[in-house]
Design a binder for this molecule. Structure first.
Ligand SMILES: [Zn+2]
Length: 320
């Protein structure tokens, strides 16, 4: 199918054992949309991410159906959802319906579904909309490991910061002679842009630092700037360090504003750090939110002190 001069990608092979199914829900926040993945080589495959709510998933379901038609011998034995945001979890009900409708004549077993369950508002929204999902989603625990066809280990890593229920999935070949790459399906802690939205910065940084100790060579991004394979699977350690440096640099920028015993307000800091950029609207709000996240972390780390009840900050070694 041709549209706008570009060939539509229903799905694409990124590796022998990694297929990408575009979520088709592009936006300022989801970039080219949610990248959903089907991994494995044999008859049993695992899906990672389930796409968006029905308002934004019709093209994704067409893609998924096309994949299932072309790979009719394949069954999806598990589905991992990295976190409860609607663009990852909102399409699960439709994905399950698609699988059921296609295979109801044969001996169909519904996939096992895994996600950390913590009752957050995003997760609740999906369960309220689809009550039948409630009993189907199994709680994921840190370091839970699953075998896929005796070829791959899939290890679940608790990676909070972007969301409280966030997990990443580390896929490693069991026989290292077969494949050299260990892939981290990062979920929204790392995107195709220089940073991601963060809910709580201290736990987010702990997540990034902890990933330095995990054995992965590449990261499969859930949101990329485009659908080129090299935009979706990127050098893992380089990308991780870029994300750490980005946040550490922001901390240093803020701390550099504090000279002597000056008290500084958030507005002062905004003007120094972001003022020259002339941000407006949503971008301005995002910058303010970012600044607040960093200030809260610097106070928690005892690098800054916040004046009780006021929007004023001092260096922690300030003498009153
Ligand atoms: Zn998210």
């Amino acid at each position: 199918m041709e549209s706008s001069g570009l060939k539509r990608i229903f799905y694409q092979k990124l590796r022998d054992y990694v297929y990408h199914i575009p979520g088709e829900n592009p936006s300022l926040f989801t970039l080219c949309g949610t990248n959903c993945f089907v991994v494995g080589r044999g008859n049993n495959r695992v899906m990672i991410e389930a796409g968006d709510y029905p308002e934004r998933n019709q093209l994704f379901l067409e893609n998924f159906n096309r994949f299932l038609t072309d790979f009719s011998h394949v069954s999806i034995e598990k589905i991992f959802i990295t976190h409860g945001h609607y663009d990852h979890f909102g399409g699960l009900f439709d994905v399950l319906n698609t699988l059921t409708n296609r295979q109801k004549a044969s001996k169909y077993t519904e996939p096992e579904i895994y996600k950390k369950l913590d009752g957050n508002q995003f997760e609740n929204e999906v369960f309220q909309r689809y009550p039948t999902l409630t009993g189907k989603v199994r709680d994921l625990k840190h370091n839970d490991t699953f075998k896929l066809d005796d070829e791959f280990d899939l290890k679940a890593l608790y990676t909070p910061g972007h969301a409280t229920d966030h997990f990443s999935i580390l896929m490693s070949p069991i026989n290292k002679e077969d494949y050299k790459e260990n892939l981290l399906f990062s979920g929204d802690i790392i995107l195709g842009t220089p940073s991601t939205s963060v809910q709580e910065l201290s736990s987010y940084m702990e997540t990034l630092y902890s990933l330095r100790n995990e054995d992965f060579s590449h990261i499969c991004l859930p949101h990329s700037l485009d659908s080129l394979p090299e935009s979706i699977i990127v050098d893992g350690k380089v990308k991780l360090e870029q994300y750490i440096q980005y946040r550490e640099e922001r901390d240093r920028n803020i701390m550099a504003c504090f000279k002597d015993d000056d008290k500084i307000t958030k507005d002062d800091l905004y003007n120094v750090i972001y003022g020259s950029r002339g941000l407006i609207g949503g971008l301005q709000l995002a910058a303010i939110n970012n600044l607040e996240l960093h200030l809260a972390k610097l106070v928690k780390d005892k690098q800054l002190m916040k004046v009780e009840g006021k929007d004023e900050y001092y260096r922690n070694n300030h003498k009153i």
